[in-house]
Design a protein around this ligand. Structure first.
Ligand code: UDP
Ligand code: MG
Length: 310
């Protein structure tokens, strides 16, 4: 059998009506490309007959592989399990609900072959309700500004990666939407590719408005990881020292007054002085703890990304 060259990773959660259709459409395209391939379904704890449908496909086609979770762990977990078990040199992730169009796969491969490490889809004409598209526009704008990488659609499920990228970047929570940000920070070359987006025909969307808050918190994490992970004390230390300085100056002022015989026991400034000193010490300690974690990571070379060793 030809060495697997392409891995299609498709997380599916309650997509019983879609897997079969997805499989036929994707297979047609993949066969025409002429490289080895595998279609790796990650059944994210579906409660309908999704798994049964996948097993039926696997019986007749060995290109189909699957991983099945005991319960629903979320798309990020599904993707990271997929990344871990994919055998291809080029890894393509796409949703299994046919909103991503398999016909676009060759364009992604062409971009990777041009020399990019990660190709991020951009659903430029998105077929989703406004309640999804408006928050998403805002998020992409904010993320681009904060990370310094301009993409229109960070969260697009349709992406292609060179295998090094996915073997290096680990995911948790809902962080899959920030893979491009982390890859960018690590120095990988990133391209954007406008893709067709279809309306969902079968089944229901699994996401609602609560993405907004979790997304914002994840963005903070990514900003922190990419800006300060290797130097946490630079962030916490500066804030900490500033607070300590404020505390000391105001404390000193009160001490001078005390020597002049002015009572300081009931002064709000005293509380402020004690508070800022303590807060300052806390910030400083958090920074030092951060440095300890960073230094142990540094020993495993986790905080840099090596392209080549000869
Ligand atoms: N999905 C998943 N686990 C989840 C939620 C979603 O594997 O917990 C899959 C889902 O089956 C689909 C893809 O992720 O293949 C995208 O999900 P969905 O279409 O619901 O998101 P939307 O397109 O509405 O943003
Ligand atoms: Mg969808």
């Amino acid at each position: 059998m030809a060495k697997t060259k392409l891995s299609i990773i498709t997380p599916v959660y309650n997509e019983e009506q879609n897997v079969g259709l997805f499989y036929s459409k994707a297979t047609k395209v993949l066969k025409s490309i002429g490289k080895g391939y595998e279609i790796l379904f990650i059944d994210d704890g579906s409660r309908d007959s999704t798994l049964k449908a996948i097993k039926t496909l696997q019986k007749k086609d060995k290109h189909v592989k699957f991983i099945t979770f005991r319960r629903n762990f979320g798309k990020a977990a599904a993707l990271s399990a997929g990344f871990e078990h994919a055998n291809g040199d080029i890894i393509i992730t796409m949703d299994g609900d046919l909103q991503d169009e398999p016909e676009e796969i060759p364009k992604f491969i062409a971009k990777i072959e041009e020399g990019y490490d990660l190709v991020n889809g951009w659903k430029f004409k998105r077929k989703d309700p406004l309640s999804k598209t408006i928050p998403s526009k805002f998020f992409n704008w904010l993320t681009s500004k904060m990370i310094g990488l301009n993409l229109h659609d960070f969260n697009c499920g349709f992406k292609a990666y060179r295998k090094e990228v996915v073997k290096e970047i680990t995911l948790y929570g809902d962080m899959h939407r920030y893979i491009p940000a982390i890859a960018f920070w690590k120095g990988y070359r990133i391209a954007e590719l406008p893709v067709k987006h279809n309306p969902r025909l079968h089944g229901k969307s699994k996401y609602g408005g609560k993405r907004l808050l979790t997304g914002f918190i994840d963005l903070m994490t990514v900003k922190y990881l990419t800006s300060y992970q290797v130097k946490p004390l630079q962030l916490f230390g500066k804030v900490g020292l500033l607070f300590i300085l404020l505390g000391l100056v105001s404390g000193l002022y009160l001490v001078i007054e005390w020597f002049q015989g002015i009572g300081i026991g009931g002064r709000p400034l005293l509380i402020l002085s004690v508070l800022t000193t303590l807060v300052g010490i806390q910030f400083l300690s958090i920074g030092l703890l951060g440095e300890m974690i960073t230094s142990s990571m540094e020993q495993q070379h986790k905080s840099c990304s090596i392209k080549e060793i000869k």
